[in-house]
Design a protein around this ligand. Structure first.
Ligand SMILES: *Cc1c(COP(=O)(O)O)cnc(C)c1O
Length: 499
């Protein structure tokens, strides 16, 4: 399988090169030259043996330049005892024909683990395969979930180092403590003064700094990125949609021959794009429901075909969806215009220069055939958490709550009552304050810090605090570096020993 750039200006490359490079040289995103058909009977047999077997079957055609031994090794390291259940991504049925695909059983309690437990091994194998001997230095700017997931993914992986920059005013207490207590000899965590944009702009400057690059090269090091546009982060996500369908069928979520809808709380459009790819590969899915929070750029886009990022960014209680430019949407655009790179270049150019673009009528019709978009604000998400807990005794986090709210809206507006698989993207314990407030009332939060709230939520619901969050308060802080955005280069030099 070869990979093309969505903008058409790069030679086709192998999957190893696509994963090692991240972004295509012409600024586009790498996409597979075709989407392989999956035989459902064969996939069912693999799924019956377990998540890893299914992962092998789905990933095989995409990573055809990896040997069976290499791919098997990646999967074995990625999906094992690092998850707190052998099912890896169990499906929990409530009423209303909803099945929650729990993507939060990994080491950081959010769905990014499903990709970031695999990517480091895919990347390391890719570097070795392409004859590159460099030590890989991963730089990450994070608004919370990605940084911790990258640290856990790369920790103590020989030949790699990871440096995470987080905004000192932009992450929750729990998220901060998850990062500053990170173990592993190759992990580095730096607080950057200011908000997420400052940290992200700083990382972009580091990637573009020729002086730094040359100095690193001399010492046998090279930068790489673990962000969500990397094909190695997207491809592992396709697996769990197939998995959820087999799990849902086994648990009676839908009848033989019945189609389902898939609902995904969406930010950067990576997770829902993986569901779209699964559908193109033969998964019997009717519609993909794209759920946004108050930052509803995608809802408007699906409804009107007009993408317009010229608006205010709101901070919400589902911060991982607070995004105005969904980078992975470029891969969908490529499919909607029959893989015409000139059209994609046109959209992306207009987005860059004017902040907006308009889809043609045909592409818009196709978009609407596959996707339905809706959104929910903070109050609606809170009410949904309370309602789902009251009705079904099931706790959901603030992101998943937006999914449920939009799923209900979808059914009401379209009359389509098909069963739904809803991606549950984070553990409710990760966004404790909002969840406690929603199920126990505002009073219960007063005067309590985030750690006390974990205990309170566990005592109230009888559910165990996930191991990854338990004991966080007592864990020793290992990372205390702090810098201004201007100081990020110097700190990076110190960490890498190249001053
Ligand atoms: C990252 C994230 C999302 C958004 O996923 P995308 O792939 O960016 O659309 C949703 N929920 C949680 C909890 C996340 O961490």
């Amino acid at each position: 399988m070869e990979y093309l750039s969505t903008r058409g200006g790069s030679e086709p490359v192998s999957s190893a090169v696509a994963i090692k490079t991240g972004l295509a040289p012409d600024g586009g995103l790498f996409v597979p030259e075709f989407l392989p058909e999956i035989d459902l009977t064969e996939a069912a047999a693999a799924a019956a043996q377990g998540y890893r077997e299914l992962a092998g079957l789905i990933l095989r055609p995409f990573l055809s330049d990896y040997s069976d031994g290499e791919l098997g090794g990646v999967i074995e390291k990625a999906y094992g005892g690092n998850f707190d259940t052998p099912e890896i991504a169990p499906v929990h049925l409530t009423g209303e024909k909803m099945g929650f695909l729990e993507l939060w059983h990994g080491p950081t309690c959010a769905f990014k683990d499903l990709a970031l437990q695999a990517l480091p091994h895919l990347l390391k194998t890719a570097v070795a395969k392409t004859g590159d001997r460099s030590e890989i230095v991963i730089l990450v700017a994070t608004s919370g979930d990605t940084g911790k997931a990258a640290l856990e993914g790369f920790r103590d992986l020989p030949g790699t180092r990871v440096i995470v920059f987080f905004p000192d005013q932009g992450v929750s207490k729990i998220q901060e403590r998850q990062m500053t207590t990170q173990e592993g000899a190759n992990t580095h965590v730096v607080a950057v003064e200011g908000d997420f944009d400052k940290a992200q702009a700083g990382v972009k400057r580091l990637f573009a700094d020729e002086e730094l690059k040359t100095a690193m090269h001399r010492q046998g090091m090279a930068f790489s990125s673990a962000n969500s546009i990397n094909w190695g982060r997207l491809v592992p996500q396709i697996v769990y949609y197939f998995w959820s369908w087999f799990e849902g069928r086994e648990k009676g979520l839908f009848a033989e021959g019945e189609e389902v809808n898939i609902v995904v709380p969406t930010g950067n459009f990576g997770n829902i794009l993986a569901a779209y790819y699964a559908k193109q590969m033969g998964l019997p899915v009717h519609r993909l429901v794209c759920a946004s929070n108050k930052n509803n750029v995608l809802t408007d886009f699906i409804n009107t075909g007009f993408y317009d990022r010229r608006r205010q960014l709101y901070r919400t209680i589902s911060p991982s969806m607070d995004i105005l430019v969904s980078s992975n949407l470029e891969r969908l655009l490529f499919e909607l215009v029959d893989r015409d790179p000139a059209a994609v270049r046109g959209f992306m150019g207009r987005l860059q220069e004017e902040g907006c673009y308009q889809l043609g009528a045909e592409a818009h019709a196709r978009l609407q055939e596959e996707f339905w978009g809706g959104f929910g604000n903070d109050e609606e998400a809170m009410a949904t958490i309370g309602d789902v807990y009251e009705k079904y005794g099931y706790l959901i986090d603030t992101h998943t709550a937006v999914g449920v709210k939009v799923c209900r809206d979808y059914r009401e507006e379209t009359g389509d009552q098909r069963p739904a698989i809803i991606a549950a993207t984070a553990s409710p314990f990760k966004f404790t304050r909002s969840v406690v407030q929603a199920v126990m009332g505002e009073e219960s939060c007063r005067g309590k810090d985030d750690f006390a709230l974990l205990e309170a939520l566990s005592a109230f619901t009888g559910e165990e605090i996930p191991a990854a969050l338990r004991g966080l308060r007592e864990k020793p802080v290992r990372h205390r570096l702090k810098t201004s955005p201007e100081g990020m280069k110097e700190v990076t030099g110190q960490i890498l020993g190249i001053n």
